[in-house]
Write a protein that binds this ligand. Sequence first.
Ligand code: DP6
Length: 513
Amino acid sequence: MNKKNSVDFILKNRSTAVQQERGTFFAPSNIALGKYWGKRNTELNLPVTSSLSVSLGGLGAKTTISLSTKNSDQISVNGALMDLKSVFAVNLRNFLDLFRNNPTTYYQVETEINIPIGAGLASSACGYAAIVGALNQLYGWDLSCAQMSLLGRLGSGSASRSFWQGFVEWQAGVAEDGMDSLGVPLLETWPELRIGLVIFNAQQKSLSSRSAMQRTVLTSPFYASWPAKQAADMNCLRAAIQKRDFVELGSAAESNALAMHALMLTASPPCVYSEPHTLAAMQKIWQLRQEGLSLYFTQDAGPNLKLLFLEKDLEMVKKLFPEIIIVAPFGDAERVVLVDEQDQVIGTEEKLKAHQLALLHRAFSVFVYRKKITGGETKFEFLLQQRHPDKYHCGGLWTNTCCSHPRLGETVLAAAQRRLKEEMSLEVSLNQLGFFVYQANFENGLSEHELDHVLLGEYDGVQPIVLNPTEVQASCWVESEALQHALSAHPERYTPWLKPAFRLVLEELCIKS
Ligand code: DP6
């Protein structure tokens, strides 16, 4: 099987004609804690071992793809048009060839990437993942993240892990056609975990990870020992994540990266990515650890280090590495604000725990609507979203435009605007209508016990609605009467808070219910 057969197999029965003027998608970059180093199949980027990464939240690539009106592809990165003969553009165009309907289909690809490209910061991972996601939107394929992961892998192996936030394991699989070699998100979170990017050199590396990886496999006399080392490290990493044992996580990740670089040093000719700065920083970290600081590093195919530490040591780490870029892969969003029935703050709790113990907490539900005038009569249509199947509860159910929890110290309005942007890519001015309290218990043992603020805003009819695939599976506009009818006829298809929240919206818009 070659790449093209693989793509055709995954896209079997999907549209070959574009469904939208343009497709846009954001994919986070990811950093491997247990590395992918070596392929068993170079055509399909099938790895020798499984690997495990953590995604970098808002750091990554946002790509928009449309059909080009010129007689060639046009590729721009951060606003600069790329020379189509550059290695970067040639690789990208070879990948795009897999998706062209005919040889005269050309694409306009605009990528905004907020990490240095080609400096061992996993820009190829988020770059190829964003391209796949944008093509999925453009052609309306409606692919799951798992299917997109299979496609992303064909562009760059590590892209298979860039379709989710949080911890992701790329399972190596055993099938020859690679259909079982894809990313799988882990359920565990770790709100206190921090990643620090220490960039000594943001220049494009002269030796690509692709060449170094293959050279290591073919020439290192020690490569045969890698799968066992990787398997042992992966076990430690999984266990550490489950127990939230930071020392075990940091030790396994650091040792894994050092072993990968040790293998590279034994390749012929040797592959060396470390620079004097890199080694000096490693020594500084080992010294700090001896002095009691819980700080570890990992390193990819570049001279820069990624530090691993916990929130409690943030200020200290910032002082020690003033240029550091800090990422909170699980955000502070993982704590909810506990309130009483009058919305007075009582404290905060970990999101999952609050849902396990049915603790009353502050939430919000946003409704975005548009007006439709037919035969002189004004009708209201509401933008609904279908929750991602992997959500911690109510996965796959339909609900209002976006719902979430404010962080401590964040106003409901600011939180609603933030999440509307993150989930649907929309900026809409919102009115707060009021709140209600409800409790619903789910089959998986979790409960929603929320004080839910309802917000309403009108869509401007212009902004593209871009779904965040880690949160939202699909969206649609539904006319108010049809929604009221469906909520009574098929309540099992909707989240339990939609109906009471919608009541406030109907009152506000003076729509009879
Ligand atoms: C060191 O995914 O860039 O970052 O599949 O050839 O495109 P290709 O390789 P790529 O390799 C990444 C290697 C790494 C480790 C990792 O991310 O797991």
